[in-house]
Design a protein around this ligand. Structure first.
Ligand SMILES: Nc1ncnc2c1ncn2[C@@H]1O[C@H](COP(=O)(O)OP(=O)(O)O)[C@@H](O)[C@H]1O
Ligand SMILES: [Mg+2]
Length: 375
């Protein structure tokens, strides 16, 4: 049984289709990263799940129960917003305690009189204990008395996380919770969220436009482009075996090199160097696109076969060097038959026909002394 199941979610704004039938299943305790370019409909999907927006069609189930028609408050879903959405007049402790206040009856919440109602003191003490324990696990005990205006972006983000995670909801939704943090803090917070998720064991849908976040944090990555979910697979599969050319293009930094080619008579494909195809169903002469990840391209030595390319720009990044080139190929290989290229094919893209080669695709060279080259 899926912990969370979406079936055919549709949504349009002003006649403009934004979500085009999104379906997804999350297993109990699973961390799914929903990644896609800005404007592809990620937040809209999350808001529909949380009950903050209504879908035009489709079904949402949590643990096999249809929640599509329930109000947001009754869905038992906790959400962390990109903007944090903290109450500015409440302290961090009070903000974190907000979802726990439902433990008190309306009368028990009244100032002064509430404390006279039996059970109120014990419940309030329990809430304070839970808030302190949440703050301790997020290492923010010292911030509990501060209001959002007195905290940094990173500290506010912790409060927002604490507020979402202080109770055990059926599902966690997180909408780019780290996008306002600087790079170092982001890497640190990534680890923290994964750790908290592991402890809580609650299925999580984590929205991001940052593929590094998605690949490093998630059990499975869902790639959404233009309102359609193109692939839902473990990070390694998404990277090594993209099922769609748009997925291959979106995941991977620097971007994959895409080269137009053709199936030859002996079931090989050639772009300067020749490579055998495992998929023999393609007919001779078919136009294909060959996808080669930058890390599988190396600088050829004298006598090696390969493609000639003019280097346009070299970027030194410390652990690696990125070599940019203009549109490929500039000229054919010296010896196409030797096949020494470490080319890597992605299955589906080769079936989808030739596409325009990006003007500035990239080669990447590991920064080992033997791989240095003279400019
Ligand atoms: N309430 C709304 N009214 C009209 N258009 C909207 C509304 N909310 C979102 N959109 C549009 O829907 C598209 C997807 O938005 P969103 O889900 O926020 O994208 P993402 O989170 O992937 O960046 C955008 O083009 C956005 O302008
Ligand atoms: Mg968004």
């Amino acid at each position: 049984m899926s912990a969370l199941s979406l079936r055919g979610i549709h949504k349009s704004f002003g006649g403009n289709p934004i979500l085009k039938g999104v379906s997804l299943d999350a297993e109990p305790g699973e961390f799914i990263a929903l990644v896609g370019p800005s404007g592809c409909g990620k937040s809209t999907l999350l808001r529909i799940l949380a009950g903050l927006e209504t879908a035009d069609g489709g079904e949402i189930k949590i643990a096999n129960r249809d929640i599509s028609t329930l109000k947001a408050a009754d869905r038992n879903i906790a959400m962390v917003f990109q903007s944090y959405a903290l109450y500015p007049h409440l302290t961090a402790a009070q903000n974190i305690a907000v979802p726990l206040m439902r433990r008190l009856t309306r009368a028990q919440r009244l100032p002064v009189i509430g404390s006279l109602i039996p059970g109120q003191r014990k419940t309030v003490a329990d809430i304070k204990r839970d808030v302190r324990s949440m703050a301790a696990s997020l290492k923010m005990d010292h911030l509990l008395d501060r209001k959002p205006g007195q905290m940094s972006g990173g500290q506010r983000q912790r409060v927002a996380l604490g507020r979402a995670m202080v109770r055990q909801p059926a599902v966690f939704l997180m909408d780019e919770p780290l996008s306002n943090l600087d790079a170092n803090l982001r890497v640190h917070a990534r680890g923290e969220i994964v750790e908290l998720h592991r402890r809580a064991g609650v299925p999580t849908l984590y929205v991001t436009h940052d593929q590094a976040e998605a690949l490093s944090m998630a059990d499975r990555v869902a790639v959404m482009i233009g309102g359609a979910l193109l692939q839902l697979s473990p990070p390694r599969v998404i990277y090594d075996d993209p099922q769609h050319i748009e997925v291959a293009k979106f995941i991977g930094q620097p971007r994959i090199n895409l080269l137009p080619s053709q199936i030859e008579a002996d079931s090989t494909v050639a772009v300067g160097v020749r490579s055998a195809l495992s998929n023999r169903t393609l007919s001779t002469g078919a136009a294909v696109t060959l996808g080669i990840r930058p890390e599988f391209v190396r600088i050829a030595r004298g006598g090696d076969s390969g493609l000639k390319a003019r280097i346009e720009r070299v970027e030194f990044l410390g652990s690696e060097i990125i070599v940019w080139r203009p549109a490929f190929p500039l000229s054919s290989a010296t010896d196409p038959s030797s096949g020494r290229s470490r080319c890597r094919r992605s299955r589906s893209p080769t079936r989808r026909g030739a596409r325009k080669v990006p003007r500035a695709a990239r080669l990447r060279s590991p920064r080992k002394p033997e791989d240095r080259w003279r400019q």
